[in-house]
Design a protein around this ligand. Structure first.
Ligand code: FES
Length: 103
């Protein structure tokens, strides 16, 4: 049976499967988060900020470094699809951007 870890996304508690991606947990909870690549690491839309983690997260991988740059990473920004959940954590997901109306 899959171990479940409680994470907090924009003040909402979400059950995440241990070892699975943070993006998967957020989407499964039907919370809004931008994605167009389905977690492949190519759209760079699933940005969020890690506020707190009960366990040190794995360091950003090459995909995150390329997508976010060192300044954003140092401020706690990560890609949800690249973080595997292993311990409780708290994240802030930015609001979805509204689509521009075509003129
Ligand atoms: S979902 Fe596309 S990069 Fe994370």
């Amino acid at each position: 049976m899959q171990e479940v870890i409680e994470i907090t996304v924009n003040s909402t508690s979400v059950a995440a499967e241990k070892g699975k991606s943070l993006l998967r947990a957020i989407l499964k909870a039907k919370l809004p988060i931008a994605t167009s690549c389905g977690g492949q690491g190519s759209c760079h839309l699933c940005r969020l900020t890690v506020q707190q983690s009960d366990q040190e997260l794995s360091p950003p991988n090459e995909i995150e470094i390329k997508a976010l740059g060192n300044v954003c990473i140092q401020s706690g920004m990560r890609l949800a699809c690249q973080i595997m959940v292993h311990a409780p954590l708290t994240v802030d997901v930015p609001p979805l951007r509204k689509k521009r109306k075509k003129r």
